[in-house]
Design a protein around this ligand. Structure first.
Ligand code: AHM
Ligand code: MG
Length: 334
């Protein structure tokens, strides 16, 4: 009998990819899977529960208003990761500093996790898809000690795993451990993720561009030129590309990953480093994009090569189909 493989079965079947890991990475991914299901339950009933909808009346380190679900998701992922003992610390978009898990079990953990627990959360109240983005690194500090800043400040090339969960019309978990990209869809009736999108490959050339065009006047002229190229009949598609921008990074990225396209959050005169965070948003999605045959760049350098300077560093971000990212990068370098 043919049965679709579950995420749990898939993770176990791939343990051989990491002979050094002895199952710890599998356990870590299982912790993320569990927290994703808990967060998914709350996201799905967000409109029903006055306890969970709306603002938490706090601001995160970037001065942005936190939604109650941001805080809830952050706590769920942290609790789930802490319980397993594979992870010695976590850094989150929601917290100013990284958190070392100070238990004997966690001190012996080999990994750190960086996470945007609920990206696009300003969309929660209007029922638009949102997501979780995560990234896993091997620690640099000695096992047995508390996690230290250097564990979190590694270039994206050092990621051992990265992925995202999209809470959309269906909920999916998409991840890579450096051996291709695989997508799993949650069957909510039994609470199990099933392999629905094995070996995802992004088309090398797409015809979708995703950018907040309200910022057009503040973009550098090569970015404006590229947008005009996308809109013109004289592009490689010989008709205007489609403009699609949800304003929810995971949803925009996911669509472009499957259909082919480019997501852009460039520098603007107001925000010279763009809006998105290198460690929580750009690196994990760049890792997924490259693993699927795509590319990710600031326009001047490969995202994964950047040596981070601060935990909450922002960078301009162009990600998606390889030919499209290469085209805008070559226009910016001229
Ligand atoms: P967040 O991490 O505070 O949710 O912000 C990130 C979000 C992305 O999901 C989205 O692509 C972008 O911000 C939208 O920004 P803008 O409204 O400036 O277009
Ligand atoms: Mg975010």
């Amino acid at each position: 009998m043919n049965r679709v493989i579950t995420l749990g079965e898939f993770i176990i079947s791939r343990q051989g990819d990491f002979p050094y890991a002895k199952g710890e990475l599998s356990s870590l991914l299982s912790a993320i899977r569990l927290a994703a299901k808990v967060v998914n339950r709350e996201v799905n009933r967000a409109g029903l529960s006055i306890d969970i909808l709306g603002s938490a009346h706090n601001h995160n380190i970037q001065g942005e208003e936190q939604q109650k679900l941001d805080v809830y998701a952050d706590e769920q992922f942290m609790a789930s990761l802490m319980a397993r003992g594979e992870v010695c610390g976590m850094a989150s978009e929601e917290n100013e500093n990284f958190i070392s898990f100070d238990t004997p079990l966690a001190r012996s953990g080999k990994y750190v996790v960086l996470i945007d627990p609920l990206d696009g959360s300003s969309n929660i109240d209007v029922n638009v898809s949102i997501g979780t983005i995560f990234s896993v690194y091997r620690r640099i500090s000695p096992i047995g000690q508390l996690a230290s800043l250097e564990d979190f400040m590694q270039p994206g090339t050092e990621q051992v795993a990265a992925g995202y969960i999209i809470y959309g019309s269906s909920t999916m978990l998409v991840y890579s451990t450096g051996y291709g990209v695989h997508g799993f869809t949650l069957d909510p009736s039994i609470g199990t993720f099933f392999l629905s999108h094995p070996h995802i490959r992004i088309p090398e050339l797409g015809c979708i561009y995703s950018v907040n065009e309200g910022n057009y006047m503040g973009f550098d002229s090569p970015v404006q030129d590229y947008i005009n190229y996308c809109r013109s009949h004289d592009n490689d598609h010989e008709k205007p590309y489609s403009s699609r921008y949800i304003g929810s990074l995971v949803a925009d990225f996911h669509r472009n990953l499957l259909k082919g396209g480019i997501y852009m959050y460039p520098a603007t005169t107001k925000d010279p480093n763009g809006k998105l965070r290198l460690l929580y948003e750009c690196n994990p999605l760049a890792f997924i994009a490259e693993q699927a045959g795509g590319a990710a760049s600031t326009g001047y350098e490969r995202i994964l090569d950047i040596n981070p300077k601060t935990l909450h560093q922002r960078v301009p971000f162009f990600v998606g189909s390889k030919d499209m990212v290469e085209r805008i990068s070559s226009m910016m370098k001229k």
